[in-house]
Design a protein around this ligand. Structure first.
Ligand code: ADP
Ligand code: ASP
Ligand code: MG
Length: 401
């Protein structure tokens, strides 16, 4: 049985007309293969649901996930109806109906297991399964979500579990670009890139793919294609790096405004203090990204700065304020007005001078660097959010992208 997985994002399902367009695309594929279509909610819908939840101050809960995942129920029902009109045997399914079993970390649940037997059974009487993205069910029977943008991860997980022939991610751009094409008109489409590059781009803010979907594709060696649901043109292939003939030194620039900076000043400079701070973060399920530590002038105390997701701002603030007895710091400050800018490229591993060029370019535009982090194929800096556009454009320019 050949299975093709096709995922359509929020803007691609945003109207009745667009859903009919998707039904046409799916029909062409369903004549030849069994198809699993994974859908997002209508663009903006999950944000609207989030704003209702904000009024009730509930997050990371069974309630918040039940509400957040409800938008997908609408789109899968409508598409399945559109397919039936076209004579296609199709069934709409929510995550729990497969089931897609996850852990119980609400709003950041990880997939533990997918029951393929049930999928095979559904295919005995159907040609197309229309599956709600972004959701699953915990072992104790509660609806969970995989985190915002998580439908990509549903698509890759289901494709891996049925060993799909292809996993195509349809969206509102016709591929992955050297930087966000909605920020810089000079951005160029990349035809092929490695999992590692895409992973760094996604995790540093290029929301075109959910980071975990890339991780999972890499683990399962599943080729992904990102393409437009409107043009039908060949998109960007994300593949194993052995398939890349030429490795760019810098292949892309990404940015994230989803950051907040935390600075704890005047902590004792002694072994174990960082462990205490980051244990607190782990206990509260707060992910920490960049970390900078420096010794104060007096040589006795130290300051530590790190970044967290903006969503965890309030939680982090209250956890740290409540922990001054343990940490004994002099001051705590949090700042939401920051952005992380990253340059990414496989060729960086064998080439020096990339960081220097980045820092010089930012200095030329009088942009102050608040924190730095690096990996083998990425350099990220934290800057004031107001400088995001100019930083992205000037870096895109200076590396000749
Ligand atoms: P979907 O709703 O289809 O999941 P998303 O909004 O999650 O779509 O992702 C697509 C968006 O990602 C594009 O509209 C674009 O603005 C943004 N984006 C950010 N960085 C990049 C990049 N390097 N290449 C392509 N798109 C990018
Ligand atoms: N609808 C969810 C969101 O907006 C999941 C997704 O679109 O991937 O985050
Ligand atoms: Mg998305």
């Amino acid at each position: 049985m050949n299975v093709i997985v096709m995922k359509f994002g929020g803007t691609s399902v945003a109207s009745t007309e667009k859903l009919k367009n998707i039904a046409d695309i799916v029909c062409k594929e369903a004549i030849k293969n069994k198809v699993i279509v994974v859908l997002s909610a209508i663009a903006g819908e999950t944000n609207k649901l989030q704003s209702f939840l904000d009024d009730f101050e509930t997050q990371y809960s069974a309630e918040s996930d039940l509400v957040l995942t409800s938008g997908e129920q609408v789109t899968i029902g409508l598409l399945s109806a559109a397919l039936k009109i076209k004579g296609i045997k199709s069934i709409p399914l929510l995550g729990w109906q497969i089931p897609i079993i996850t852990d119980d970390n609400h709003e950041k649940a990880k997939i533990l297991y997918i029951d393929q037997k049930r999928i095979i059974k559904y295919f005995q009487t159907n040609d197309v399964i229309v599956l709600a993205g972004f959701q699953g069910i915990s072992l104790d029977g509660k609806i969970t979500s995989l985190g915002r943008g998580g439908s990509d991860t549903t698509a890759v997980a289901i494709a891996s579990s049925v060993q799909a022939e292809r996993c195509d991610i349809y969206t509102d751009v016709d591929g992955v670009y050297t930087t966000d094409p909605n920020i810089d008109q000079n951005a160029k489409k990349i035809s092929k890139m490695s999992y590692e590059e895409m992973l760094e781009m996604a995790s540093t803010g290029a929301k075109v793919l959910h980071t975990r979907s890339v991780e999972l594709a890499m683990k399962n060696n599943l080729t992904l294609q990102v393409l437009s649901s409107l043009t039908g043109k060949t998109g960007t292939f994300i593949v194993d790096d052995k398939q890349l003939i030429e490795k760019e030194i810098v292949s892309g620039v990404s940015y994230s405004k989803n950051e907040a900076k935390v600075t704890i000043s005047g902590i004792l400079d002694k072994p174990g203090i960082s462990a205490k701070i980051f244990s607190l973060m782990t206990e509260n399920n707060i992910n920490v990204d960049m970390i900078v530590q420096n010794i104060s002038q007096d040589g006795v105390s130290a300051n530590i700065t790190f970044t967290i997701s903006r969503k965890d701002y309030e939680l982090t603030k209250s956890v740290l304020e409540d922990s001054n007895k343990i940490l004994e710091y002099k001051a705590l400050s949090l700042d939401k007005n920051v952005a992380k800018i990253s340059v990414i490229g496989m060729g960086m591993m064998s080439q020096s001078g990339v960081a220097e060029k980045m820092f010089k370019t930012l200095a030329k535009h009088e942009i102050n660097i608040l924190a730095i982090s690096t990996s083998e194929i990425k350099i990220s800096v934290l800057i004031n959010e107001n400088h995001t556009n100019i930083a992205v454009k000037s870096l895109h320019d200076v590396y000749n992208l």
